[in-house]
Design a protein around this ligand. Structure first.
Ligand code: PHE
Length: 343
């Protein structure tokens, strides 16, 4: 019988294609070709009804057996291929947990900032507040209110960066004194850390550097309070053994004015002629200070008969150079990681 032989042929072809299929998609195409709605076997099955009763049974059985066998082969091949595909996908997606991770570099505090933090912490411990002011400052706050009137020679000594009319880059943090006193009633105890600017550039001067201003105004403050405060600060920053001395000095906005020196930590204040830090002086200049000039108190509306005050201004960059033995200030502001990573 023609169809019986044909069924056998179809089956063999199908089984051959099933084992040749290399992907589940290919296998699905094989299934459609041999068992789908328009497959030849399906056609034969549909025609069974019109066959003579005799043949019906034989052909019917033949078709069922053949499609059963194709079905089984499809199923086992499908499992094989699916497993292989899954395996390949897992291998492609595999994460190698032994690869080194992406490390985040850890930064470090800038040497100047370490000194600023240290000093600000010290004063906060004494009950001082912390204030900040703008780096673009008016001529009035930077000079006039600090007893440096227009045309005064002290202005010329500051190497000021002048901006538009009446504006400058602040040359010191002392305008912080004025801003504080104008917005608060005495007593005031405050430190003002920040950046300041002067037209200056050499191994120990940079156009931008840091200062910390200090201001105390209260009833009955004297130079003794100033000296005691600065001595305590020096011990905090440079150690208990440090010696201090006050030298007379001059600032427009303090009277009297002093400069504070600390004993050289490198030669213990002996002033060794070959000491690289103090160059034989035995002392290091640390800051300028003084009793707030009564003219400044009056300017901000404080009564100089009732209140007295002291102020001081220091350079934490210089202090960091001293503390860490760095000889060129310009290194501080170049942002070179090889330098910064050492702290
Ligand atoms: N502003 C002064 C300077 O930059 C320092 C100073 C501050 C002096 C406060 C006295 C009082 O040199």
């Amino acid at each position: 019988m023609a169809s019986e032989g044909r069924i056998e042929e179809i089956k063999r072809a199908a089984l051959g294609e099933i084992s040749a299929a290399t992907t589940t998609d290919e296998l699905e195409a094989v299934r459609v070709r041999y068992l789908g709605r328009s497959a030849e076997l399906t056609e034969i099955k549909k025609s069974i009804g019109s066959l003579p009763a005799e043949e019906r049974k034989v052909v019917g059985k033949g078709v069922n057996v053949a499609s059963g066998e194709i079905e089984r082969d499809l199923q086992s091949r499908r499992e094989e291929l699916a497993a292989a595909e899954q395996e390949a996908r897992l291998r492609a997606e595999a994460v190698d947990v032994t690869l080194p991770g992406v490390t985040r570099e850890r930064g470090s505090l800038h040497p100047s900032l370490r000194v600023v933090d240290d000093i600000v912490d010290f004063f906060v411990g004494l009950g001082y507040g912390v204030a900040e002011g703008p780096e673009v400052e008016t001529d009035y706050y930077n000079f006039t209110a600090l007893n440096i009137p227009p045309g005064h020679p002290a202005r010329g000594m500051q190497d000021t960066f002048f901006l538009d009319e009446g504006l400058v880059l602040r040359t010191h943090t002392s305008p912080g004194q004025i801003r504080t006193m104008l917005t608060r009633e005495p007593p005031v105890y405050v430190v003002v850390p920040g950046k300041v600017y002067r037209r200056d550039s050499d191994p120990t001067h940079t156009p931008m550097f840091h200062q910390i201003e200090g201001l105390a105004v209260d009833r009955g403050l004297t130079l003794a309070h100033l000296k005691g405060t600065l001595a305590a600060m020096a011990r905090h920053v440079f150690g208990e053994e440090v010696g201090i001395r006050l030298r007379p000095s001059y600032f427009q906005f303090t009277e009297p004015s002093v400069e504070l020196d600390v004993s050289c930590f490198a030669c213990d204040g002996r002033g060794d002629p070959d000491c690289r830090v103090c160059k034989g002086a035995g002392w290091l200049e640390m800051l300028g200070a003084g009793m707030v000039d009564p003219a400044v108190l009056s300017e901000v509306g404080y009564d100089p008969e009732e209140f007295t005050g002291f102020a001081f201004g220091m350079g934490p960059d210089r202090m960091a150079m001293t503390r860490y033995g760095i000889s060129d200030l310009r290194l501080f502001f170049e942002g070179d990681l090889r330098f910064l990573e050492q702290f």
